[in-house]
Ligand binder design. Structure first.
Ligand code: AMP
Length: 421
């Protein structure tokens, strides 16, 4: 026997039953995006490696060790997107989207790829939906972005089991201030920091705040706080964002250790976490990235965005309030009689053309087996067709939930089912 091919480690098959949950979630996301006036963007799945090296940052985990990179016939290095902010910004610049409107509000959904160690809630191919608002420097844009994700949580009925953690890393002047005071605080303890944190001490000391090494965690507890180092502009921006969240009744907690893994953030950063998950508890992360458009060769345009992991969000939804995965099948056609094999497909095709979701057996099984199949698929109706019915142009239409059965003309089937649905 030929050996079976197994799927790659850390990737998932989303099977039809599960896909129904995905569709229900996607439906909510699309509706809320419409309500907030975000337009969908679908950038490519792979980009030049350089985009992520520059756009996400060489020193990040993503770029330094997690990217799926390969070269194609032209020998250029390409990478399966590990995230979509860089791709959206590249597209925004390349397509001159700022000419269409000074604020571009964009959303996306699709698979991302990172070579991380797989565990529950952490995969090598995972799906994100996300949103980016490019063009406004003002706190109301930050507040709208947060309200957008909160609205999705509310629509899914899970907002109460989710915590919004928020912090500000300020503008570049504030970050430079903070960098020095953090380095000053950590310098005497430098040798006791983890190897990674020692490396980051010069290149990116803020990342030491979210180190997972126990000794680092203890050390940073008493470190100076970034919000105490914000200059006036940054402090005002942050205070206004918090105020707007309060006015909108969106609960938050300030988290002084929140810095997030990417290099490009400025001002507001945030994460939504859930207790319903284990170690991988973040369901959404984002922040303002005022320098990225410029750094990627565009104009000096401020922006803010977030991304949410669909697999993780679905774990939270399932734990609390599974989305209704209803059967979509209106009608199952049960056929009895050799002669009808040639005629039944036209009948079912007509019903499908009229908009009914229909199915029939193609294995030439017994009537009993066909009824079982209709039942397994939770069809709302079964139409039973024998030679005699066919000659009279009728079916026996049985309502599966009430058990009622009536004789119905072929051309009346659609009306009757539509009427009762
Ligand atoms: P990030 O782009 O790292 O800020 O991640 C944003 C969100 O994507 C996280 O909050 C998670 O919900 C999700 N996510 C990130 N990495 C993974 C992964 N490897 N597997 C599943 N979900 C992920």
């Amino acid at each position: 026997m030929p050996q079976k091919v197994q799927r790659v480690k850390g990737v998932n098959d989303i099977l039809p039953q599960e896909a129904k949950q995905w569709q229900a979630l996607e439906h909510v996301v699309k509706q809320v995006m419409d309500r907030f006036a975000f337009g969908e963007i679908r950038p490519p799945i792979f980009e030049k490696t350089e985009l992520f090296a520059r756009g996400v940052g060489e020193d990040t985990d993503i770029v330094s060790k997690e990217m799926y990179s390969f070269s194609d016939m032209s020998k250029s290095s390409l990478t399966l997107r590990p995230e979509l902010t860089a791709g959206v910004v590249r597209s925004y610049i390349q397509n001159n989207l700022q000419q269409i409107s000074p604020v571009q509000k964009l959303w996306y959904e699709g698979p991302m790829f990172r070579q991380e160690r797989p565990q529950k809630g952490r995969y090598r191919q995972f799906w994100q939906f996300g949103a980016e608002a490019i063009g406004s420097p003002n706190p109301e844009q930050d507040a709208e972005m947060i309200a957008l994700f909160y609205a999705i949580l509310k629509e899914l009925g899970v907002e109460k089991s989710v915590t919004l953690k928020i912090n500000s890393v300020g503008d570049s002047e504030s970050r430079a201030n903070y960098r020095s005071s953090l380095q000053e605080y950590l310098r005497p303890q430098l040798s006791s920091l983890s190897e990674t944190s020692q490396r980051r001490f010069e290149s990116n000391p803020l990342r030491i705040l979210d180190s997972k090494a126990p000794n680092d965690i203890e050390l940073v507890q008493d470190a100076p706080k970034i919000r105490e180092c914000l200059n006036e502009v940054s402090a005002t921006h942050y205070a206004e964002v918090l105020k707007m969240l309060e006015v909108m009744e969106i609960p938050y907690v300030q988290d002084d250790l929140l810095v997030r893994g990417l290099d490009y953030y400025t001002h507001t950063i945030f994460e939504f976490t859930s207790d319903a998950l284990g170690a991988q508890d973040a369901i959404c992360g984002g922040g303002r990235y005022n320098d990225l458009v410029k750094d990627l060769g565009g104009q000096d345009v401020p922006a803010i965005g977030w991304a949410s992991g669909i697999e993780r969000l679905l774990l939270v939804v399932e734990a609390l309030q599974p989305l209704m995965a209803e059967s979509g099948l209106d009608l199952f056609l049960v056929v009895q009689g050799e002669e009808l094999r040639v005629k039944a497909p036209k009948l079912i095709n007509d019903w499908r053309k009229a908009g009914l979701n229909c199915d029939m057996d193609t294995l030439r099984r017994s009537m009993k087996a066909q009824m079982r199949e209709a039942n397994r698929q939770k069809a709302r109706y079964v139409a039973i067709l024998g030679e005699e019915e066919y000659d009279q142009g009728v079916v026996q239409l049985k309502n599966f939930s009430t058990g009622d059965q009536e004789v119905v003309l072929f051309e009346k089937v659609v009306d009757i089912i539509d009427e009762k649905l």
